[in-house]
Design a protein around this ligand. Structure first.
Ligand code: NAD
Length: 278
């Protein structure tokens, strides 16, 4: 367990949480890293092997489907395979405990459903959810079970050679992406260039502008407009605390993994001997 922040910063953060009534937890890929889901921008992240110019938007994905279907199958496999087995980690669970003490709205950029799996009740998924399947009209159809996700990943994992790769991939991902009498269905996720999920984004902005304290957890803050939320909260008078192994700017930073920092922080803020401190 390694921290790189002072005792003062940790105590300050605990006091801010303790004295806040409405809290927003704004989470990114980093909170799920300890559940075995890679982030995008870290050295072992998705973008290292699969560059965003090619894989982060529909245009690039469709082009790759025709030019290099084996590589596209490898990308989809890399994204969904960990989701079939991932479980909430200590960081997710600490947010569940926080919700028992204060009004908490979790605003997540993640598409993995782990906050809900941990038991948090108010979760705004501003980039959607990979397991939620919707028609192009936006109408939600169904949710894929973890076993279905694992089955799709297993089929994709066998696509190693070019002959019929596109056909085999389309067959493998048919529960997630396909067309039929009901129309075209796809995972309810937001790719680059698309508007954020609604009403989640409007709810997130309202929550940020009306909270007493906003925690950012495991986000590089590089994906807009989501990354505007901490500034919106600060402009409305909220305290902002950042939790991430990599310090990234001004403000109160607790440097460490979410699973190492969040549980003791929530305990320090809400254990009886700290109550009343300010
Ligand atoms: P990012 O990859 O840009 O940044 C990840 C951040 O997490 C970095 O700042 C890194 O230092 C930090 N981090 C790494 N390990 C950590 C840990 N154990 N605890 C706390 N922090 C840790 O990710 P982002 O800012 O979320 O933005 C990229 C986009 O990627 C988002 O839009 C999101 O939708 C998507 N994404 C989602 C998942 C998921 O659903 N789990 C996974 C990868 C990417």
């Amino acid at each position: 367990m390694t921290y790189n922040h002072s005792h003062e910063a940790f105590s300050q953060a605990a006091r801010w949480l303790q004295s806040s009534q409405r809290i927003v937890a704004f989470t990114g890929a980093g909170i799920s890293a300890e559940s075995g889901i890679p982030t995008f921008r870290d050295s072992d992240g998705f973008w290292r092997e699969f560059p965003p110019e090619q894989f982060a938007h529909w245009r690039g994905l469709i082009r790759t489907a025709f030019t290099d279907p084996v590589r596209l199958a490898a990308f989809v496999h890399a994204v969904i395979e960990p989701l079939g087995t991932a479980k909430p980690n200590a960081g997710h669970q600490a947010l569940r405990v926080l919700e028992q003490h204060r009004k908490l709205i979790v605003v997540t950029q993640n598409i993995d459903g782990l906050h809900q799996a941990a038991g948090n009740e108010c979760v705004q998924e501003i980039h959607g959810s990979l397991t939620e399947i919707a028609l192009l009209s936006g109408k939600r159809q169904r949710t894929l079970a973890a076993a279905q996700v694992s089955q799709i990943a297993a089929r994709l994992g066998h696509i190693k050679r070019r002959p019929l790769a596109l056909v085999r991939m389309l067959f493998a991902i048919r529960p997630m992406l396909g067309a039929g009498l009901r129309g075209v269905w796809r995972p309810n996720v937001i790719l680059f260039g698309e508007g954020l999920a609604e009403p989640a984004w409007s709810n997130a902005v309202t929550a940020a502008e009306n909270c007493d304290c906003l925690l950012t957890i495991g986000t590089s803050g590089m994906v807009y407009p989501a990354a505007m939320l901490p500034a919106k909260a600060a402009a409305s008078g909220a305290k902002v605390i950042h939790i991430d192994p990599t310090e990234g700017g001004t403000g109160l930073w607790l440097c460490g993994k979410a699973g190492d920092v969040l549980p003791p922080l929530i305990r320090a803020a809400f254990d009886d001997d700290m109550k009343g401190a300010n």
